[in-house]
Design a protein around this ligand. Structure first.
Ligand SMILES: [Zn+2]
Length: 323
């Protein structure tokens, strides 16, 4: 499991020498859609397509074969990003609870019938691979990435390598315990970061204060993170209390991880990372306050830089050399 191995080389092999372009097929497998495309060395998605996620392994195999056939002969390697626990070298899906659970035990590369090198990883690892190659982690050997969305994903670069651990689980930063007595988490633990700072957790808090009858502009409106941040920006007391607490806990979790991994940079991606100063300012202040004395420096907190919301480029980056 894990382990390193073949990565993209120019068509025709190394003897072609420098200057021969590498093109990689990137496939992002999500719960609702499968996005795929050809990615060049600069991270540009040259061509792409998106289709609804099939509901069976037979249909899925057909889709992957069709993608491989569409771009046959035009790519040197393939990279797959998929939710769950994926074996990087064999591209086998080890565990993926949810809509693509039928992929468990199957190798994505074999399903696609590929005869080029292939690598795979979960969606956060794919995002970090993109950042390592083209984005905020490009010039760093030590970096942390958090994807703040409906859940919290994560990835760690240590000594220039994307950390997988013995079973590929390393980097699941959303499952760091921040409250030992906290709420049950999807992973089987309780009080994970994801149970206090994620769209699901924040929206659950909004439901709670509305149901409790608290005076808030959130009552009667949409229960979304956008509405929560908007209400807090407008001075809504209940919204501010929810956010203050959640951001405080996120800062505490990141502070602990800074001591564990001593990164040069912390990268934030995902929908919630676009919330603006209401998130970034108190978060940076909270992290620095907790870590400044011991670290002796402020670790930059920066947004994800690769401009590929599809996830295709990140998936392709997994298969490019040096990750
Ligand atoms: Zn958890």
């Amino acid at each position: 499991m894990g382990g390193a191995t073949e990565v993209a080389q120019p068509r025709g092999g190394r003897e072609d020498g420098p200057g021969v372009a590498v093109t990689v097929l990137g496939v992002d497998i999500g719960g609702t859609s499968v996005k795929a495309g050809l990615v060049d060395e600069s991270g540009r998605v040259i061509e792409q397509q998106s289709q609804p996620t099939p509901h069976s392994s037979g249909d899925f195999r057909q889709l992957l074969r069709a993608l491989a056939a569409r771009w046959a002969g035009r790519f040197d390697a393939a990279g797959f990003g998929c939710k769950g626990l994926i074996d990087a070298a064999s591209t086998r899906v080890i565990r993926s609870p949810g809509p693509v659970a039928f992929l468990e035990g199957l190798s994505l590369s074999e399903m696609a019938g590929l005869n080029v090198p292939a690598r795979a990883g979960n969606d956060a690892h794919a995002a970090m691979a993109g950042e390592m190659r083209w984005g905020a982690a490009r010039d760093h050997r030590h970096a942390l990435l958090f994807t703040l969305g409906s859940g919290v994903g994560g990835a760690i670069v240590a000594d220039g390598r994307l950390l997988g651990g013995v079973s590929g689980i390393a980097g699941h930063l959303g499952h760091v315990t921040v409250d030992p007595w906290g709420a049950c988490c999807i992973c089987g633990n309780r009080g994970c970061l994801e149970t206090v700072f994620s769209a699901r957790a924040l929206e659950a808090e909004v439901w709670r204060v509305v149901n409790a009858g608290c005076a808030t502009k959130l009552a009667g409106g949409p229960v979304t993170c956008e509405a929560l941040f908007e209400a807090a920006a407008g001075g809504d007391r209940a919204a501010t209390v929810i956010l203050d607490k959640a951001v405080y806990q996120l800062a505490a979790a990141i502070a602990g991880l800074l001591f564990a991994f001593d990164p040069e940079v912390v990268i934030l991606g995902g929908n919630i990372a676009r919330a603006g100063v209401l998130l970034w300012r108190p978060l940076a202040a909270g992290i620095h306050e907790r870590t400044r004395a011991f670290l002796g420096r402020e670790v930059p907190l920066v947004p994800q830089q690769t401009s590929d919301p599809s996830g295709i480029a990140g998936a392709a980056a997994l298969a490019m050399a040096g990750i």
